[in-house]
Design a binder for this molecule. Structure first.
Ligand SMILES: Nc1ncnc2c1ncn2[C@@H]1O[C@H](COP(=O)(O)OP(=O)(O)O)[C@@H](O)[C@H]1O
Ligand SMILES: [Mg+2]
Length: 451
């Protein structure tokens, strides 16, 4: 039996300290240290049985990654082409967003294809799961359900029934009797994740772990869990709306950044076959304060609408609100507009929103944000059928963005006929019939398009 000792762990960066401090010396966050119990022996102890001799890289025979499609194409895409055998996947999101629904749908499809599935539910009873399976019209005959929260019992059930896929819903509800801390605490989550990793890697069982995220971030064990697992999927989107986006923020078996789009219906999450069209309303041109851009996520382009509202402030400090984009980037763009293009908005409140609950974090959205803000400030719409794609540098210069051709083609598919892009991208992008290209080199000339 391993000996345990008490340490203090930072719930923000995961580093451990022998004594409590107000501020974490690693990440400089205040009041993030929480009590934790760890084994005194080195974590390598559990790996003694594994091959640890150094080997010549070229002589290693690669193990074939065994994937299985789960019949939900958007989920397969996010996972990098299907469920990978022996992988540990974390699926996170706000409560009520659809994690359990998606997991049960996936379990149903894989079980019908002959896979042995164990659904461990620490939150819902077997009866509730059955009701959901019926509502989703799933063939639940191949799914074993186990309403249990004790980690040791869950491990025994996995040993006894030898499932190929285990779904643990959720990591916050599970606890181990070896750890003297409540369920959901950093030490419990870390311990459970370690055991699940051993099950996944040691037995080749695929494990999906559900984790709840609150509006302020993780309840416990944030980055630590992300580091441990192979793949991290997050649900995004407004849980009051109908669309849900599942994004791979980390994937050891595929492209990270890949997204899948779903619609929540009474019979579960349905794939959206043509996701671009749901994030825009028409071709624009009628309302001031809106600009359309084509963003590139994972391996495909999406056309999204950037909305802005500029209004006279009644505060001493004007408000800047960004929904679906980075608020500090917004501040930078406003400074660039002021300094490089002479647009003064220091007396205005500014709200920027990416329509449809989509999140765009890439800088290629800069030009569309600037156009939407200017359009609202001047009360002049961006002309109909125009997409604006480009990063803006601190000097006001338009910088090239990647995958420009795919972005332009996606916009063309939806009926857009004019693309405002950085001049530096112009040469490298082949002519696309039906799309007029407007190359720009400076943010000043971008604003001239409107005035
Ligand atoms: N009886 C129902 N009819 C239609 N939709 C439902 C029903 N029950 C739940 N839902 C939908 O499923 C969502 C809950 O999904 P769930 O998978 O339980 O979320 P999570 O596991 O992420 O907390 C609800 O927000 C709702 O949209
Ligand atoms: Mg749930």
């Amino acid at each position: 039996m391993a000996r345990h000792k008490k340490v203090y762990r930072c719930s923000s960066c995961g580093s451990t300290l022998p004594q409590w401090m107000g501020k974490c010396p690693q990440c400089s966050q205040w009041n993030t240290l929480v009590e934790d119990i760890v084994e005194e022996e080195t974590p390598l102890r559990t790996r003694d049985a594994r091959q640890t001799r150094p080997m010549v890289l070229s002589e290693i025979t690669p193990l074939e990654t065994f994937r299985r499609g789960c019949a939900i194409a958007e989920l397969d895409r996010v996972l990098g082409g299907g469920v990978v055998q022996g992988s540990l996947v974390l699926i996170g999101g706000d409560p009520g967003i659809g994690k359990s629904t998606l997991m049960l749908q996936m379990a149903g499809h894989l079980a019908s294809a002959g896979m042995k599935v164990l659904y461990v539910s620490g939150e819902e009873s077997a009866f509730q799961l059955k009701m959901r399976a019926d509502r989703l019209n799933l063939d639940s005959s191949g799914i074993l359900v186990y309403p249990e929260v004790m980690l040791e019992k869950i491990r025994d059930a996995i040993d006894e029934f030898s499932p190929e896929l285990v779904i643990l819903d959720s990591i916050q509800s599970v606890f181990s009797s070896q750890i003297d801390a409540p369920p959901g605490s950093v030490s419990q989550i870390r311990h459970s994740a370690g055991i699940l990793m051993e099950i996944a890697k040691g037995k080749g069982v695929t494990v999906f772990v559900v984790g709840h995220v609150t509006k302020d971030g993780w309840i416990a064990g944030p980055k630590m869990l992300e580091h441990m697992v192979d793949t991290v999927l997050y649900f995004e989107g407004d849980d009051s709306g109908v669309f849900r986006i599942v994004r791979a923020v980390k994937n050891r078996f595929g492209t990270s950044g890949e997204i899948g789009v779903f619609e929540m219906k009474s019979d579960g999450l349905q794939e959206v076959k043509d996701p671009s069209s749901i994030f825009i309303h028409g071709l624009g041109g009628d309302v001031a304060g809106s600009a359309v851009m084509a963003t590139f996520e994972g391996s495909r382009a999406f056309v999204v609408e950037v909305q802005a509202l500029v209004s006279k402030t009644s505060f001493s400090m004007p408000r800047r609100i960004a929904m679906g984009s980075d608020v500090s980037r917004l501040a930078v763009l406003l400074a660039v507009m002021e300094k490089r293009a002479g647009v003064y908005l220091s007396q205005s409140d500014i709200v920027v929103n990416i329509a449809g609950g989509f999140k765009v974090t890439e800088p290629a959205v800069d030009l569309a944000i600037v156009m939407a803000i200017s359009s609202s400030a001047l009360d002049r719409p961006v002309s109909k059928g125009t997409v604006c794609i480009g990063e803006i540098g601190l000097g006001g210069e338009l910088r090239p963005v990647n995958h420009m051709e795919s972005r332009i083609r996606e916009a063309l598919k939806l009926g857009f006929t004019r693309a405002v892009i950085p001049a530096s991208n112009h040469e490298s992008v082949p002519r696309v019939t039906g799309m007029e290209i407007v190359p720009l080199s400076h943010v000043r000339s971008a604003l001239e398009i409107l005035s």
